[in-house]
Design a protein around this ligand. Structure first.
Ligand SMILES: Cc1cc2nc3c(=O)[nH]c(=O)nc-3n(C[C@H](O)[C@H](O)[C@H](O)COP(=O)(O)O)c2cc1C
Length: 209
């Protein structure tokens, strides 16, 4: 009997810890009024952000646009070479760093640290944005799966995701800049990336100052 009670308690504790480390995002509202051509007309890089935070609905809309699932068969909003789906997006903010899980529309915590300074590196303006998205490619998703840095296809795939983020920011009244600058070694360690994963681009995102 004691053993059963202990097992039940341990299971409950494990579920509670898992729940704490996962944030379920609201279903993204896809009825955004700005047209694609309006967003294209307005898109520009912005490097000054107000400290005002944006809500989880906007984050959910952004992440869905970046690399969300848009078809019942699991295909994504951004194309990937041979449908490798090699791209993952990490969310870095004050309360820690999270992996975006598209299937669950949830954020899985990977670090308790605020990594926005590591994302900013020597471009300190980037750390002012309340959120930084880091776009990571995984060579293991391509034939060969080498650890010698990203494949050309991986870099191109990251570019598509980055452009989706750029346009979604315009549509949602947010601003951003795509950046290759970042402390890749620190981010690889803190985001617990595998040897085949490489951060390619990042996006500080916020409201314009
Ligand atoms: C692949 C790539 C890497 C970039 N890296 C940086 C960067 O590290 N820092 C930065 O401030 N801007 C970066 N940019 C933004 C460009 O400087 C910017 O897009 C360019 O000056 C044109 O301005 P616009 O985006 O307003 O049209 C990058 C853009 C691309 C496409």
């Amino acid at each position: 009997m004691k053993r059963i009670i202990l097992t039940v308690c341990l299971t409950i504790a494990t579920v509670c810890v898992m729940a704490q480390n996962t944030i379920k995002l609201p279903e993204p509202d896809k009825n955004v009024s700005m047209t694609l051509y309006q967003a294209l007309q307005q898109r520009k890089s912005v490097r000054e952000y107000s400290s005002k935070e944006f809500d989880d609905m906007k984050l959910s809309q952004l992440l869905w646009a970046a690399v969300g699932i848009n078809r019942p068969d699991g295909h994504l909003t951004a194309p990937t070479a041979i449908n490798a789906q090699d791209i993952t997006v990490y969310v870095c903010r004050k309360d820690g760093a999270y992996l975006y899980e598209a299937k669950e529309n949830a954020l899985k915590k990977v670090s308790d640290k605020d990594l926005r300074k590591e994302v900013a590196a020597n471009q300190t303006f980037a750390a002012d944005a309340p959120v930084s998205l880091v776009i990571v490619t995984d060579n293991a998703k391509f034939r060969g799966g080498s650890t010698n840095g990203p494949t050309i296809s991986g870099a191109i795939d990251a570019g598509y995701v980055s452009q989706n983020i750029d346009l979604a920011c315009e549509a949602l009244g947010l601003c951003t800049v795509p950046r290759a600058t970042m402390d890749k070694d620190a981010l690889k360690k803190e985001l617990k990336l595998s040897d085949t994963q490489t951060p390619i681009l990042n996006h500080p995102i916020g409201y314009k100052k």
